[in-house]
Ligand binder design. Structure first.
Ligand SMILES: Cc1cc2nc3c(=O)[nH]c(=O)nc-3n(C[C@H](O)[C@H](O)[C@H](O)COP(=O)(O)OP(=O)(O)OC[C@H]3O[C@@H](n4cnc5c(N)ncnc54)[C@H](O)[C@@H]3O)c2cc1C
Length: 291
């Protein structure tokens, strides 16, 4: 299927892109990897008169460490593609959850063009980066005509395809604290086949002190209108030892927060039950990595 006609713009800087966005207003859409936007255009769910391509803006790509803040922060340009996350020695060493989980996103061809920023800005509850970003405590740098602002990942996703991004803003970077030594992490994703979106997914980041949980973040994929931080599940673990009883309690609390949409991947009960299973698996896998 062929998308409707549009004018194409290829700015070279974020400033130029913001200028175009300001001038063209709601007739324009930003283009990243195009793997979500172009299918929507082909189906006529989106019919922008202008596409502003972010691919020729070098400042939006790359992964680096910001050691000027207290505790190192990893900074990922919004136009960094999934395969670059997988290949990054910095992420493998300091935020390995992201490089490992990116291997579970789509297929190699999609990962070659699809960007972390597009995955987040799209606001699709089925996408994996939203829950991953919540679990690692990421903040998003949004740039608009008046400057930049930081929004915590858990405040960014407001509903299905609904985010805190204003029409005149660009997501320029994703920032997250590098994992402290001993941090355990895991992303468990149930999918029908390789390359599919999650039926249910759970991201867990935790630390143990003297055998009890001293830090934990749990976030869920595709079991609510938006990516979900499972705070009650976290509370069920904080200060507790990890055993069958506490892990099951956390899974039950996570399931109670689920509100999935029934679709071809399953009905509400099945998806909720699978979310509980993914939470249990992810807690156990994260605990096995914590030391
Ligand atoms: C076959 C297939 C399987 C897939 N499987 C998965 C999967 O398992 N898990 C998963 O997470 N995703 C999956 N995806 C989606 C894929 O990861 C997309 O690449 C991603 O959703 C969008 O990223 P993009 O760079 O292609 O963005 P685009 O499609 O170009 O843009 C998506 C939206 O975000 C906006 N946007 C893009 N960048 C910015 C920015 N920097 N600032 C503000 N707005 C911006 C665009 O205007 C558009 O509205 C799959 C896609 C396909 C085609």
């Amino acid at each position: 299927m062929i998308p409707p006609a549009f004018d194409y713009h290829a700015p070279k800087t974020v400033g130029e892109a913001l200028g175009l966005l300001g001038t063209l207003g709601s007739d324009a859409k930003l283009l990243a990897g195009g793997h979500s936007l172009l299918p929507m255009m082909k189906l006529r769910f989106a019919q922008p008169a202008h596409l502003i391509d972010l691919n020729r803006i070098p400042e939006l790509r790359g992964i680096c460490l910001d050691d000027t803040v207290s505790g190192d922060e990893v900074v990922i340009g919004a136009m960094t593609v999934e395969n670059a996350l997988i290949a990054s020695p910095l992420l493998q060493a300091r935020l390995p959850l992201l490089s490992e989980a990116a291997k579970l996103i789509a297929d190699p061809q999609v990962r070659n063009r699809g960007t972390i920023g597009g995955d987040i800005a799209h606001g699709d509850p089925a996408n994996d980066h939203p829950a991953l970003a919540i679990a690692i405590g990421a903040t998003f740098t949004l740039q608009g005509p008046g400057g930049t602002r930081q929004v915590a990942a858990e405040d960014f996703f407001q509903g299905t395809y609904l985010t805190a991004l204003a029409d005149d803003e660009i997501l320029v970077a994703i920032r997250a604290p590098a994992f402290a030594a001993g941090t355990g992490w895991a992303y468990e994703k149930l999918k029908r086949k390789t390359g599919d979106w999650a039926t249910a997914g759970a991201a867990v980041v935790l630390r143990l002190t003297a055998g009890t949980v001293s830090h934990v973040r749990i976030a869920l994929t595709n079991v609510a209108p938006a990516a979900l931080r499972a705070t009650a599940a976290e509370q069920a673990l904080l200060g507790q030892p990890l055993n069958d009883t506490t892990i099951r309690a956390a899974a039950a609390a996570a399931m109670a927060a689920c509100d999935p949409a029934a679709d071809l991947r399953g009905d509400v009960d099945y998806k909720t039950a699978m979310a509980g299973q993914m939470v249990q698996r992810a807690i156990r896998a994260a605990a096995a990595r914590a030391h």
